[in-house]
Design a protein around this ligand. Structure first.
Ligand code: PLP
Length: 451
């Protein structure tokens, strides 16, 4: 026992902890965090790092937000737990606040996180159609490159082959279509990519049979799949029209893009007249301080759950979904975002950062720099003409070199065909201008060593 306590955390990590998304490394030296302040954290060796991806795009207000910590503690002192088959004050207050942020008319079902919120959305969509006289409307359409979560339904909607290959996720009723992706247009036209991608949704609904399609799920801006977004709001406009035309519920996965990440309260607000039938939220909802997900549903859909006495209610719950402390943390998080005008701050700083990041295209291997708000993707290629992806090995070397210099950045999940060649940057919304200067300076240093 005594010998055990003398072992370093690196050694113990090697023996006991199973890391997500990382290959086993026999002699790996994992980064083990010990404490954090603002957008920076310190590892067990005392080295400081700027967190350029906000943890997993969730730590939007950085570490050490005393008011949030206090809100969690106070809630735990007054009511530690209560299930949402009944109610509690923080869940009711949060549901009211979310409806207000969404422009009114939304009802929230609380979950544990993003995957759970999306699973919930699929079940709501299917049940809604079943009890509204459309029992065959069960299919869910989603987009290639999207990530919607790790549980079976959410993974079935996820369309990144390498995340699914070993798990037999052959769930019937999930159909994928290409997203608009001007840099690698599936439709052969940079200019018309948005329009063609939207038309492809309509074509797919018709091919599948509109009477069989329950919902279309999309992130307004694909995040983990490589920061992919339309060039204009024509895509959003068309998608909304098509979903309404065919009675296909539009589920917007704003697990990453919500709460100011893109310079608007929600990502969908970048589209004129764009709105969700169902929106799923997590991550930034609690700024990463506690787990929480929300599935917010328009009242017009909730109607079908109110009718027929007891037979149409939603037979779904999870023990910790809408935990009182998580809801209290979410309310405080939203209060801080509003009070400190963080959404405007992100929108104001976006152009400055993007301009500096765009300058990185002068390096021979930087094919595309794109993004919005505090969410950026840098697509790395061997050859700017052919757009052949830079090798995985070189990209991993770049990420590791940044880490060595105290900068944490991400890389999109392994995707086919481009093999995870997009560096992902999503700093906390509270990052100082000095922090952001450090980010760009470090990228420049590492890129010039690589070129
Ligand atoms: N949806 C999107 C867009 C995500 O990026 C993620 C996670 O990264 C999820 C859903 C799943 O969320 P969680 O990990 O909280 O289950």
């Amino acid at each position: 026992m005594e010998a055990e306590t003398k072992r370093s955390y690196s050694e113990k990590d090697q023996d006991y902890l199973w890391h997500g998304m990382k290959p086993y490394q026999a002699n790996g030296t994992p980064l083990i965090a010990e404490s954090g302040k603002g957008s920076w954290f310190t590892d067990t060796a005392g080295k400081r790092y700027f967190d350029g991806v906000s943890g997993l795009w969730c730590l939007n207000l950085g570490h050490g937000q005393e008011e949030i910590i206090e809100a969690a503690a106070n809630q735990m002192k007054s009511l530690a737990y209560f299930p949402l088959s009944f109610g509690h004050k923080p869940a009711i207050d949060l549901a009211e606040k979310l409806s207000e942020l969404l422009g009114g008319g939304y009802r929230s079902f609380f979950a544990n996180g993003g995957s759970d919120a999306n699973e919930t959305a699929f079940k709501i969509a299917r049940q809604h159609h079943k009890q509204s006289g459309n029992p065959e409307k069960t299919k869910i359409i989603s987009r290639y490159r999207a990530y919607h979560g790790n549980s079976l339904g959410a993974l079935a909607a996820t369309a990144q082959a390498n995340r699914k290959i070993k798990y037999d996720v052959n769930v019937p009723g999930f159909v994928h279509i290409p997203p608009p992706y001007a840099y690698r247009s599936s439709f052969g036209s940079y200019e018309e990519d948005d329009l063609r991608a939207a038309e492809y949704l309509e074509q797919t609904i018709l091919w599948e049979g509109a009477e069989t399609v329950a919902a279309f799920i999309m992130e307004p801006i694909i995040s983990g799949g490589g920061v992919i977004h339309p060039q204009s709001d024509i895509y959003y406009k068309k998608v909304r029209e098509i979903c309404t035309r065919y009675n296909v519920l539009l589920i917007l996965d704003e697990v990453v893009s919500g709460f100011g990440r893109t310079g608007k309260v929600f990502g969908y607000m970048h589209g004129d007249g764009f709105f969700p039938d169902i929106i799923t939220l997590a991550k930034g909802l609690t700024a990463g301080y506690l787990p929480l997900g929300a599935t917010c549903v328009h009242e017009s859909i909730y109607q079908s759950f109110k009718t027929n006495g007891t037979t149409n209610h939603f037979r779904h719950i999870s023990t910790y979904g809408g935990h009182p402390a998580s809801c209290a943390v979410a309310l405080k998080t939203i209060e801080i975002i509003e009070r400190d005008q963080l959404v405007n701050r992100v929108a104001r700083l976006e152009q400055t950062i993007l301009r500096k990041l765009h300058a990185l295209t002068s390096y021979s291997f930087v094919g595309d720099v794109r993004g919005i708000g505090f969410l950026y993707g840098i697509e790395l290629v061997k050859d700017k003409q052919t757009k052949e992806p830079l090798s995985d090995e070189t990209i991993k070397t770049i990420v590791a070199a940044c880490q060595k210099k105290g900068l944490i950045i991400g890389k999109n999940g392994d995707t086919v065909p481009s093999g995870g060649n997009v560096l992902i940057i999503a700093p906390p919304l509270t990052s100082t201008e000095d922090d952001l200067t450090f980010l760009v300076k470090t990228l420049n240093e590492v890129f010039s060593e690589t070129d």
